[in-house]
Ligand binder design. Structure first.
Ligand code: GAF
Length: 386
């Protein structure tokens, strides 16, 4: 589905009083490498995608937000001064962002909004960050004279996840959604929030996602558990190396030093994160040199770590990864938080058709459904459309 301004506007006009507001968009994201490194203070390589959220918004002169989800055909009305807010998750993102923007000093007032998205839900492409970033950007524009800096908009989105959704996520998704740039990925240092854009145009290759259509019900609590494991290991290492703030500062020797003091599971999780830290630096060099075969090898290594050490894969994603390997795909791995969602695949153009056909047929035979194919087009970040 390709979502347009017209789709959203027609529903906004129908649902509210017939006069238009302003329209904003924010994208989902892909990530080349650097998975579960963001909340460990490390590096990530995300880019925005063309799929995202579009919202039409118009101040209504009250303290009330009236929000209509076009996709879910669901409507809510809540007060900006309410402490608790709505219970439905899709509206909690909006409530949370309003409250976080108010904390930043933006004099948010009531508004009517209709919104829709074409980022597949639960696919690991970060539809939630798209929603948060869209409203953060819009509220800053409509009520804040655009005084809040863009990195703070991303942080407000992350705070929404922590404070209103219960997911202790890192900063990658919101940052990529706000700062995305067409044709570019970025190397983001999640500790300093310094970033650098890289043109991403791997000549002779395609980047394609295969959505396994698996959604993990408890993804958020399992994600928080992973983060806790990393923190446990840092606490142990800190006793010997007080300067270690996050696993970014740790190495394999330090992990060995505390192996008897942390659970085997926590140690295995930390091993993955330390390995990923080195892979990310190697990929950074490979990208600068245009060595996509090396990028691909590291993607496979990351998949192995995510599956066997961090344990955020699932049989369906492991299967798709194996199919990619057997088809000679350059690089393939589970993308995003995991527990379902997509694999991201870097594939030589001449192998693309065979890979897609083989993956569809093999997956259908094994799991009774075809994976959804999403060709990646790297798009722009949060913006006003009209
Ligand atoms: C999810 C989180 F929201 C991100 O912050 C990041 O940790 C990612 O999982 C894994 O790299 O998308």
């Amino acid at each position: 589905m390709h979502l347009t301004v017209e789709d959203v506007r027609s529903r906004f006009l129908k649902h509210f009083d017939g006069t238009p507001g302003s329209v904003y968009a924010s994208p989902g994201r892909i990530n080349i490498i650097g998975e579960h490194t963001d909340y460990n203070g490390g590096f990530v390589f995300p880019g925005a995608v063309k799929q995202g959220i579009i919202a039409e918004i118009k101040p209504n002169g009250t303290r009330k937000v009236r929000a209509y989800s076009i996709d879910l055909k669901d409507y809510v009305e809540f007060s900006l001064d309410d402490e608790k807010g709505p219970t439905a998750t899709h509206f909690r993102f909006i409530f949370g962002i309003c409250r976080e923007m108010m904390k930043l000093g933006v004099p948010v007032e009531g508004f009517n909004t209709a919104f829709a998205g074409d980022v597949p839900l639960g696919a690991g492409m970060s539809s939630s960050a798209a929603l948060e970033s869209c409203f953060a950007f819009a509220l800053n524009d409509l009520f804040g004279d655009n005084k809040i800096e863009k990195f703070q908009l991303a942080l407000a989105g992350q705070a929404t996840e922590h404070n209103y959704i219960g997911c202790n996520c890192g900063i990658m998704d919101q940052f990529a959604s706000v700062f995305g740039k067409a044709g570019h990925i970025m190397r983001l240092d999640c500790r300093s929030l310094q970033y650098k854009y890289f043109p991403f145009d791997p000549k002779g290759y395609k980047l394609v996602l295969l959505n396994s259509l698996v959604k993990h019900e408890l993804a958020s609590s399992a994600y928080n558990d992973r983060r806790k494991s990393c923190e446990n290991v840092v606490t142990a290492i800190k006793k010997y190396h007080p300067n270690v703030e996050t696993l970014r500062d740790a190495d394999y020797d330090m992990l060995e030093q505390v192996r008897g003091e942390v659970s085997a599971e926590d140690a295995l999780r930390a091993k993955y994160v330390i390995g990923e830290k080195y892979r990310v630096m190697e990929v950074s060099v490979a990208l600068e040199e245009g060595d996509y075969e090396e990028v691909g090898r590291k993607m496979y290594d990351t998949h192995h770590g995510l599956s066997k050490e961090y344990e955020v894969s699932c049989p369906e994603l492991d299967f798709l990864n194996e199919v990619a390997k057997s088809c000679g795909v350059t690089g393939s791995r589970v993308m995003g938080g995991g527990f379902g969602g997509c694999t991201i695949n870097l594939v030589r153009e001449e192998l693309y058709d065979n890979f897609i056909t083989t993956a569809k047929n093999a997956y259908k035979e094994k799991f009774g459904k075809e994976p959804v194919v999403i060709d990646v087009v790297i798009g722009d970040g949060s913006r006003k459309l009209c």
